[in-house]
Ligand binder design. Structure first.
Ligand code: DHE
Length: 532
């Protein structure tokens, strides 16, 4: 879709409400929205850096809570508080505005998705060999939010190979094809881009949603799944050129519509796992097929409660919602799931809702909750990592509300230790070959600090503050675990390389707000110390 057409769509009058509905005699609510909210929440509330703001997307938020969020901001998001700049009547008018339905809720159907597809290059005409020299498994993509760019970095020399423009406001980790040749990016406003690393070119793009959450790539590299906040949909794309294969309207078993919290690939199950935001369900969508029949590979000790045929660990999908391609297995959960973590075998999903301070452990094979983890504050499970500690597997997660890292025994789901930190943190990382785990102190006065934890003693052994006053966050290790790359989150920022054993600084590369960096080997091999 050409820019002008997209712009016309975004600004089209069918989304605008009569001012009488949204303004009282003295307050111009539309003007207030445009001045204070639009840069993040998008023209006509369609979403941007912040989520889309329609009643359909606010079903879990009461008006009083919405008012509190506008007044004081929201923890762990970019949402600031407006209590010092707006009056209470103005804030109330904004609350009424976001709970006023649009005349017509924007749709983004298969035809719209297809029409947005851009094929920049014919993949068949591009060389199949890399056009540069480097260890292809030790490359990094660094996402630079500062000017909406990405850098392809050589992980041996720490020299940039190329830098290229991305779509506006990428969010979440870019996802690699299993061979590491292609990388897929998702932007908050729904654009999915396929970048050919060998040829250093963006080859195809498509707009899969209006307000998108994240995406995942299947283990065979054939499919991409995109989860949306607006519309409430899942979109499955053919990774060859990002052509859409299927659009699924997201509704629970009673027909209640929901945003998608996040989508993940579960390699041993050859399934996508979909967490839903507004209904108490998790979905599993198997994507592999044999002789045209979808095959569900639950783990070896699955009890197969929802399926019928058992055949060497593979179960033909029967009695599900549909036996066509991408059938859906619904798992009912006790509570909403906003944040998640999977064990390395993808048998268990550990999830939390933002409101409650406990983790639900859901066994995906048995399709039910098997344990509750008592946790404090607001654990950021999405940044959780696992390692072996005293003969057991543990998982650890930072906390976005309290200054602590929770370490949990994965056999009995008990908290072993809460490591005190100098403030709430966002990202945590390690590597199988490293004795240390790194965690940032993203929020509050100590945002410039990063703690280094000894994985054998569960004690902080060093705290660094590489650039006073500037947020230091998000590390990723090189393929062999010998070096660590840390971001300075500032437009005048950097990626700093450390020796992962001596913890000494090796190099600083200037970058523009490098939000995250992603190592090809660690990501494609589902390294236990990094995000998936
Ligand atoms: Fe993220 C990953 C959700 C706010 C930077 N973030 C993710 C993922 C989810 C998520 C579900 C995993 C997706 C994936 O990688 O496929 N993030 C949320 C939220 O719900 C939250 C709190 C509110 C929101 O705005 O949506 C949120 N996130 C932020 C930010 O404000 C951050 C700091 C800046 C930004 O880019 O908007 C931010 N999130 C990131 C990053 C990752 C991420 C850098 C990838 C981490 C990784 O290493 O894989």
């Amino acid at each position: 879709m050409k820019k002008s057409k997209l712009y016309r769509f975004l600004t089209s009058s069918f989304l605008l409400l009569p001012l009488s509905l949204i303004a009282n005699d003295t307050i111009n609510t539309q003007g207030l929205y445009e001045k204070n909210c639009q840069s993040c929440h998008g023209i006509n509330r369609l979403g941007g850096m912040g989520p889309a703001l329609f009643p359909e997307n606010l079903s879990r938020l009461r008006k009083t809570k919405a008012s509190e969020v506008i007044n004081n901001g929201r923890v762990a998001t970019q949402m600031p508080g407006f209590s010092k700049t707006l009056s209470q009547p103005e804030i109330s008018a904004l609350v009424e505005y976001i709970y006023t339905p649009a005349n017509t809720l924007p749709k983004w159907r298969l035809a719209d998705i297809k029409a947005s597809q851009i094929k920049h290059f014919d993949q068949n005409k591009l060389p199949n060999t890399p056009q540069f020299e480097a260890d292809l498994m030790n490359l990094f993509i660094v996402v630079e939010l500062g000017d909406h760019s990405a850098t392809l970095l050589n992980g041996d020399t720490f020299e940039p190979i190329t830098r290229f423009k991305t779509r506006f406001a990428l969010h979440g980790g870019p996802k690699y094809s299993p061979d590491g040749r292609f990388v897929y990016f998702a932007s908050r406003d729904g654009w999915i881009s396929k970048y050919d690393i060998y040829n250093m070119k963006t080859v195809s793009e498509i707009r899969a949603g209006i307000n998108t959450r994240n995406m995942a790539i299947s283990s065979d590299g054939k499919y991409a799944i995109v989860g949306n906040y607006l519309p409430h949909s899942l979109v499955i794309l053919d990774t060859k050129d990002l052509s859409p294969i299927k659009v699924i309207d997201v509704k629970d078993k009673n027909g209640i519509s929901s945003r998608v919290s996040a989508v993940y690939n579960a390699p041993p199950r050859t399934s996508f796992i979909v967490a839903l935001k507004d209904v108490k369900e998790v979905w599993e969508i198997p994507y592999s097929s044999e002789d045209g029949v979808t095959v569900y590979k639950a783990s070896a000790h699955a009890s197969f409660e929802n399926t019928q045929q058992k055949n060497g660990g593979k179960v033909a999908v029967e009695n599900w919602e549909s036996t066509s391609q991408f059938p859906i297995k619904r798992i009912t959960t006790e509570d909403y799931l906003d944040d998640f973590f999977f064990d390395p075998d993808y048998i268990h999903l550990i999830g939390t809702s933002r409101e409650k301070h406990y983790g639900q452990v859901i066994n995906l094979d048995r399709s039910k909750k098997i344990a509750t983890i008592k946790m404090q504050g607001m654990p950021h499970l999405g940044s959780g990592i696992t390692w072996d500690y005293k003969g057991k597997q543990v998982f650890a997660s930072p906390n976005i509300k309290d200054g602590l890292v929770s370490v949990i025994d994965m056999e009995n789901w008990q908290v072993i230790k809460e490591i005190k930190t100098q403030g709430p943190g966002f990202f945590m990382r390690s590597h199988n070959k490293s004795p240390y785990a790194w965690v940032d102190v993203f929020f509050g006065p100590n945002k410039e600090k990063v703690h280094i934890i000894d994985k054998n003693t569960l004690k902080i052994v060093k705290t660094i503050a590489p650039v006073p006053g500037k947020t230091a966050a998000h590390v990723e290790f090189t393929k062999n675990g010998k070096y660590v790359l840390l971001s300075i989150w500032d437009n005048d920022g950097a990626v700093i390389v450390y020796d992962a054993n001596t913890l000494k600084e090796i190099k600083r590369l200037p970058m523009k707000k490098p939000s995250g960096k992603y190592n090809v080997y660690n990501k494609t091999h589902y390294e236990r110390g990094t995000s998936h």
